[in-house]
Design a protein around this ligand. Sequence first.
Ligand SMILES: Cc1ncc(COP(=O)(O)O)c(C=O)c1O
Length: 473
Amino acid sequence: MSIESVAPTAPAWTIPGYLEAREGHLMISGVDALSLVAEHDTPLFVFSEPRIRANIERLKRAALAVERSVRFFYASKANSNMAVLKTVLEAGIDAEVNSGGELFKALRAGFRPEQIIFNGTSKTDAEIDAAVSAGIYAINVDSIYEIELVEEAARRLGKRARIALRLVPEIGTRSHLGLQTALLTSKFGISSSEVLEAFSRGLRHPDLIHVCGIHIHVGSQTPDVEPFAIAFKTMWEHLVRIERETGHTLEHINLGGGIPVNYLRDPSQADQLPEHERDMLGAELEPSEVLSAALRVARESARAAGAEHLLEPLTILLEPGRSIIADAGVVLTTVRNIKRRPETGDVWLLTDAGYNLLLSMNNYKWYYHLVSATRADKEAATEYKVAGPLCDSGDVYFDIERGGRLPDYRRLPAEVKPGEVLALLNSGAYSLAQMFPYNGRPLPAAVMIREDQRADLIRRRDTYDDLVAQDIW
Ligand SMILES: Cc1ncc(COP(=O)(O)O)c(C=O)c1O
């Protein structure tokens, strides 16, 4: 078979009904990626409403399977575009926010205050005031000091605030260190040794503060079920102890986010990555597995402690971000330049999407699977060096530091030419929310494919005027 031939079966990255190759082109929820490029140019973010809804349905099915009260709070930090928030709201789940800005956006999108949880390590007085006066479901306090800040805000505003305590009980995962958040060396949460002190502080003025829950987030892209189970057991044991020592019963345990997404899409293309990186990036973990493992350990512990009556009325909260929006988004990019390096034998493809759009490609060396949208059905067997448009050598689709965290070459069809459109898959999370206009590059447009295959513009492309809009001169 020649390297230019059509792949014999559907490409490995295919997700039937969502991501497919048809008549050579990449189709996204039934819409030809190249028609979107013809209308909106590149770089372009494309989101699929049906895929977001399918991801949320999968979570809801997991909740039904465990027959418990479970609430999902979409981690809006993953992507807080207003149309995305609206889709999440309409799909019937709640929102987690991480700043006054995200709180503002969630409220503006139509989430009711009792549908909102507020996390964050460094909340300002103004942010706390906004959360307390809105009357949100829970402010997750990050320290004992912050309990005092919330109490002061409640007193000032004459409103009772609901808080949950965020804990950090030293639970490791196999994700990147920068994405692990339950280690004592991390900046988050209250140590287990201070839990009782924190709770008694929280319970001191019940007219001002209601302590409704306990929270942990072990980290993002957590490939195994064990850290979730250990985290839940630890939170559960704290809950029992608090009830015994203070008589106060918590309403919920919040297990955070972190359900992983399979970024590899075609594992044969990621064969150059170290095994642990492949395991982490290619993880498949069903939300139902996470919930059932957590409940199994809590049930055992409840039985042993004679505390089943505390488990029955408990609500479990999850804060999924990535698992809702990552695979529902694609970045389309055009090859704008090509060059050969006779000395190394490399062919370089220079695209219009770099780490200005996918920051984690640079700071975590995160892998986004790359395919040709123009020749989606062709076998991808030719190796290229691929890079973005920015002015630094680190703006490449491989690990410039030679740590081997990304493949040195990306495999695409033979004879890629300038003008060919490529697609970075699974790029809906922590991308649009983190992009920046470095090198004077206007931020790109985004479209959302609807159930009826309409493609709505959900973010207009910045203009050059936007680049100077905030400058004063
Ligand atoms: C407190 C908290 N909850 C939820 C999330 C969402 O995590 P993920 O997008 O991996 O589901 C994060 C992100 O790191 C977080 O910090």
